[in-house]
Design a protein around this ligand. Sequence first.
Ligand code: DON
Length: 317
Amino acid sequence: MAKSVLSTSALRTIVTEIAAEMAASEDRGNVAAYIPELACIDPHRFALAIVTPEGEVIAAGDADMPFSIQSVSKAFTLAVALGQMGEALWTRVGREPSGDPFNSIVQLEHEQGIPRNPFINAGAIAVTDAILSGYEPREAIAHILEFIRYTAGDDEILIDENVARSEEATGFRNAALANFMRDFGNVTCEPAMTLGVYYHQCAVVMSARQLAMAGRFLAFDGCLRPGGSRVISGRMARQINALMLTCGHYDGSGEFAFRVGLPGKSGVGGGILAVAPGRASIGCWSPGLNAVGNSKLASLALEMLADRTGWSVFAPH
Ligand code: DON
C-alpha cells in the first residue's frame, strides 16, 4: 500500500502556509466573464484540500465553499463513458494535446470531426454525446451526478440550474462545435440535447474538499482508497491521469506539467483537481484565471505544494 511519506502534521503545515500565502496575493487573475453567472464570483477566494491514502482530509482557506466545477467535470464524464463503452470511446475522440484554447474549432475540420482529446470542449461534448446515446437527457445528467456523488461520498452535491441556463443562453461556440461534429457523425444525438447535458455537467457545484474526495479514484488506481472499493479499473485510472497530465490544462498543459508535475484538470470556475498517484487527491480553487483560462492561484499553489512535498509523477516513489 502506498503511504504518504510526509507526516500529517507536516502536510497540514504546508497546506496552511500555502493558503496564507495565497490569501495575501494581489495578482489573482481575472474571473471568467463569458459565462454571465460566473462573472460575479469574489476573486479573493482560495481553497486547498488534500485527501491522503488513509482517508484523512487536510484543508485550508475556503475549502467548504461551493464553486462551479466547469471543465473539471470532464475528468468524471470521461470515467463514466469509459465505464459505459470501454475502448470503443477512442473511435470518437483522440488522446493528443491540442495546443489550442479549450473552445477552439480549428482542428476539427482537418481531423474529420474527431476532437484531439476528451478535455477540450469538442472532445468533452463528444464524450457527453456517447453517454447520452440511448438515454433521455435527464437520465444522463442523473447518471453523471450520481457518479460524482458516489466518488465524493456525498449525496448533497448539486447542479446549479442558473449556471446551466446561463451557458445555454450564451454558448454559441459550443453549439457550433456540436453542430459541426453532428455533420461528421461524431455527435449522434440532437445537438441541443447533448449540449443540455454538457452544460449541466459543467454546472455541478462542489467545494475543494468535495472535489478532493471525488478525485480519490484517480489518485488510488481506480479505488476510493488503496485496496478499497473499486470505481474503475486501475488501467483506466492511469489512462485518465495520463490525459490529465498532457491535456488537462489545454494550451497551458505543458506549463502545468513542467511546473507541477502532477496530472490535473482545470475549469473556468477556477477549480483544479490534481492527483499525486498513491499519495493524495487534491482539490484547489481560486476564481481568477490566467491568460489560457486556468486558475492563476490554484496553479501556483499546486506548484508550491509539489515543491514542498516532493510529489511528482517524475520523482521516484
Ligand atoms: O463550455 C464551456 O465553455 C464551459 N462550460 C467549460 C469551460 C472550461 O471550464 C474550460 N476550462 N478551463
